[in-house]
Design a protein around this ligand. Sequence first.
Ligand SMILES: [Fe+2]
Length: 436
Amino acid sequence: MGCCHADFAMVEGSDRGFTLGMPTFTFGAGVLAEAGPNAAELGLKRVALFTDRGLSGGEHVAKVKASLAASKVDAVVYDEVAIEPTDASLQAAVRFARESGADGYVSVGGGSVIDTCKAANLYATHPAEFMTYVNAPIGAGQRAPGPLKPHIACPTTSGTGSEVTGIAIFTLGSLNAKTGIIGRRLIPTIALVDPDVTRTLPANVVASTGFDCMSHALEATTARAFPRRLNPVQGLHRPVSQGANPFSDALATQALDAVGKYLVRAVRDATDVEARTEMMYAATLAGISFNASGCHLPHGLSYAVSGLTREWHIAGYPQGKTLVPHGMAVVLNNPSVWRHTAPVSPARHLHCATSLGADARGATPDDAGEVLAGRVIELMRAVDMPNGLSALGFGEADVDALAVGAEPQYRVIKNAPVDVGRDEITALFRAALRYW
Ligand SMILES: [Fe+2]
């Protein structure tokens, strides 16, 4: 079972089981054209099709619409999804969903689109005051009281894994903090994962989403193992972020292997169909893996980075406002985190490093953090990632503010294999300022 199964030995009072909310997905070139037959098979007559303005006039949405029409499924399009959704943008989507008369949902887009569609489906199917389903302690953290309507998710980037997770992330305006809605019932009914969509992705998007995928797999593997979870509730109350387990280990290992072999090729050459296809598959595997385990420090810290960056623009993403791509904000914290967490589970960190292609011959447990951090830095440099948080304009004077900005993420940070407080988080940001 898994890479280091001794980590799953039971301890006094621990949860003795783990739960998998398994998604159904179809993977392969051209499978977007299967949207119509899948919708018809689900008995759908009229779907709300969620996308964004950048995609709504493009070939992927056209392909899905044509497939739905051929199967005699009506589609009403909502293309006002916000990139980086907010509570306000989600509630606008919910209003559309309620008024659409749809009996099911199709999403075509990146994580923002798919997440928005999950939330719209949840609130339109089981109406409630907005904070009812938002993660505790920020919201009431209630579970959906019943199944949602069918949702066919069609990702157009290779990284977020949102098509196979029960997670919807957004910024809560009143706190200016990222939070989410999480539950196994949010997992889309079917994901159509079509690597053809990656042919036209800009290099920067492939790089950032690829590092998001990598970090999902690394965090799923290094998260506090499920028998050691701080909150050992069992049965139906077992959280989605239940900790590392043998199932999430296996898929994460396969995803890391692909990232190590194909990420750099996929970024550098848009015509490298093999590399871009493998990255698309890795993203879905890593999504299933972290959905069954949980993310921790790199994701928890990333939201403070993206929220506090003063000025940052990057080709391939919407211009006009400062935007740090999610995967970039995540990877910039990676080496710093691995150097800190490796002493708790050096075998796991070394396993991750070798899966990513590091040469760990002769490495001792004491070297684990450096070997994994070193391999991640190697990949970052190969695809021109910024050299740490200082490249985004942060300095020593900002690390305290970053640590305060990470506080709303303690739900995620608690999954880390080590206990961290304000001092440790400040030190992690300081160590992430510059890597080479
Ligand atoms: Fe992510």
